[in-house]
Structure formats: C-alpha cells, structure tokens
Design a protein around this ligand. Structure first.
Ligand code: NAD
Length: 354
C-alpha cells in the first residue's frame, strides 16, 4: 500500500517526540528518515524506528545528544557521537564542517560512535546544496558483522557505505554516489524479507558460504552473510572504509578482540568537505561537468528498453518526484511494524493520519 509523505512524517516525528527527542531532534531525524523513503531507500526510512526502539529501551541509543567537539585544528574537526541519533549528530557535524570549509577551503571531519547515521547520501546532499564537494567513508561497529571478505565464507565487516557528492549545475542535478559496499544494503534484505520476496540474483552467502537469493539467511538462524560488491575491488573499498572511518575517527574497527559487541548499529565516519571555489573557477567547473555528463549519456544504449544511462543521484530524484506525488509503497509487514512501534509509544493510527 502507498503511504503519503505526510503520514510517514507524522509517524516518525510523533514517535520520536513520544520517545524523548526534543522538537529539533525529532524534526531532523524524521526529515532524514522520510527523505530516505522518498528517495527509494526504504531500508533507511521510517521503518527503522522499530529497531531504534530496542536501542533506546536499554540505553544503547541516547536521544538529545549533540555532536561533541573533541579536536579542532582548523581544517580538521573531530566529533564524538556518544551514541546519539546518528541522523542528528551527522546533520549537525556536517553543518559545522561546511562552515569551516567555507573559511579554509577544506575540512576533514570525523564522527566517532554515533548510533546509526542512516542514509549517508543525506550528508552528501547537505554538502552539495551548500556548494561543497564531499567524500564520506563509514564503518559499522557493535552490530553483528554482515559482509564476507573477498574469498571468505562468513561475515567480518559491516556494510561500510561510501559516498561522493558534487553540487548541481543549472542543467544537471547534484551528483550523489552513495552505496553500501555489499551488493545490497542489510536494510534491503529486511524490506525483502518482510515482503516475502527473493532477490533477482544471489547477493548473499548462506551459513555454509554458498551464494543465495533468499533474504531469510540474514534474518533466521543459521545466519549467512552479504556478498561484497565488485569482486575484490569492491571488497577492498569496504576494507578502506573500515580503516579510514574506524582509525581516523578514533571510534575503532569491527575487530572483535578490541570490541565487546552489544548489538547496536554504531557508525564511525571520516569525511572530507572541499570548497571547489578554493581550487577552480565555478563557471568552468559546471560547464565541464555538464559536458562530461552529456558525453557519458550520449553513449548508445544497446537496449532502449534496458537501463538508461543515469548520473548518480538521478534515480533518487526521479523517485522523490514520483513518491512525493503518489506516496511511498510500503509492504503490509513493514507498515504493521511501524504502527506497532508507534502504538507502544502511545502514537495511534489516528495521530499518524491526522
Ligand atoms: P543502491 O544499491 O541503491 O545504490 C545507490 C547508488 O547508486 C546511488 O548513488 C544511485 O544514484 C546510484 N544508482 C542507482 N541506480 C543507478 C543507475 N541505474 N545508474 C547510475 N547510478 C545508479 O544503494 P545501497 O547500496 O542499497 O545503499 C542504500 C543506502 O544505505 C545508502 O544510502 C547508504 O548510505 C545506506 N547505508 C548506510 C549504512 C550505515 O551503516 N549507516 C550502511 C550501509 C548502507
């Protein structure tokens, strides 16, 4: 069934307020979740509240936590996330990094140990909308490992996302390349599992290390693992995210010898924000970017009904326009979970539809 942006926003914002977030945090986190749904990344949308509820209950996620500045060296800002909502920590830290990059031309900022940062493209969009180019490397701690190393048969990494963002031109929208370094993000296996669907091809390994398209291997025992994207090169990017995010943020890696896992989704992020004005003429840059996008899109498509050539970020823009107009398709299983989670916090279906 389709649900309107308004209903999704009500569900998220009212649930966040009912579970202790102040009005500012409820709005920032709800915006992030709803925008993830609108962009087609339901895995990082409002459905996550069911998981956050478990984290809040035993103090593993701490509402109303702002990023805490640990280290300011001009073009370097290091923040502690202190298990706050990653969506709020990420938003506020990125805002400060953008302001700094506007002064210095460049800001490397890190976030250590926030709770789930959500959809990393959100921070890329925030930077691009402020005229900045950005790179983001993320690792995951405390949650069970999910991604098998290249050549391995069980999980050793999180789904370690990478994002690269470049501002829009007058002709083309912002370039937002943003993905998990597994073939599919874990949240997509949740959405498929709740909808009782299989993937079109094997994207996971079962508990014996054999490729499978059935998402139940990630949600029922004995557990399997996600396959890394792009053979050894994608697996290498996953490893690079692990080290860049884990080491430079000081949050740490997923190595069990150094970590007592408590099952929370904890993220570390190392990001670089660049003011392109410090490096080149913006009019030239935009003209060159448009020319390259035009050149790439002019490549003849062997099958006109197949995949069109898209700029990264374009598919999310198309989905946002369509979903804003027609609502977001959410499986009955996922919607039931959202309603149940809201009801447990005293937010009724009538509140959501209001
Ligand atoms: P995905 O496989 O849908 O890939 C998305 C990227 O590919 C986007 O940049 C999109 O514009 C581009 N893209 C999609 N189709 C395209 C096409 N036909 N042509 C050109 N480009 C195209 O994303 P995913 O790996 O499922 O990740 C989903 C989300 O999960 C991301 O936003 C990621 O940040 C998030 N994530 C977060 C965490 C975390 O720990 N916080 C972990 C993993 C993933």
């Amino acid at each position: 069934m389709r649900h309107s942006e308004h209903e999704l926003r009500n569900a998220a914002e009212k649930w966040l307020s009912a579970t202790g977030s102040n009005a500012y945090e409820a709005k920032v986190v709800a915006d992030h979740l709803v925008n993830a749904n609108l962009r087609g990344h339901d895995s990082h949308g409002v459905g996550m509240i069911a998981i956050y509820r478990d984290f809040i209950q035993d103090g593993r996620l701490k509402p109303n936590t702002a990023p805490r500045l640990l280290n300011d060296r001009g073009s370097i800002l290091q923040f502690a996330g202190d298990r706050g909502y990653g969506q709020r920590i990420g938003h506020d830290a990125t805002e400060q990094a953008i302001a700094r990059a506007k002064e210095t031309g460049l800001c490397l900022y890190t976030i250590a140990n926030s709770c789930h940062l959500g959809r990393i493209g959100t921070y890329g969009e925030q930077c691009a909308d402020a005229g900045m180019v950005s790179l983001h490397f993320v690792n995951v701690q405390h949650f069970q490992p999910l991604v098998a190393p290249w050549g391995g048969s069980d999980a050793r990494f999180g789904t370690n996302p990478f994002c690269c963002a470049i501002p829009a031109t007058e002709k083309n929208g912002r370039f937002i390349l943003d993905f998990a370094t597994s073939i599919v993000a874990m949240g997509k296996t949740r959405v498929a599992y709740l909808a009782k669907k299989r993937f079109p091809q094997p994207v996971m390994l079962d508990a014996k290390g054999q490729p499978t398209d059935d998402p139940k291997v990630m949600w029922e025992d004995p557990k399997g693992s996600l396959m890394p994207m792009g053979l050894y090169k994608g697996a290498g990017l996953c490893f690079a995210c692990e080290l860049l995010a884990g080491l430079l943020s000081t949050g740490g890696t997923n190595a069990p010898s150094l970590l007592e896992r408590d099952g929370t989704i904890v993220n570390n992020m190392t990001s670089i924000v660049i003011d392109p004005k410090a490096l080149c003429d913006l009019t030239w840059m935009k003209r060159e970017m448009d020319a390259m996008i035009e050149y790439v899109k002019a490549s003849p498509e062997p099958d006109p009904k197949g995949n069109p050539i898209l700029e990264p970020g374009e598919v999310e823009r198309e989905r946002t326009a369509e979903r804003t107009a027609n609502g977001v398709e959410i499986s009955d299983g996922e919607w039931a979970k959202i309603l149940e989670t809201c009801a447990l916090a005293g937010v009724t279906e009538a509140d959501i539809r209001a």
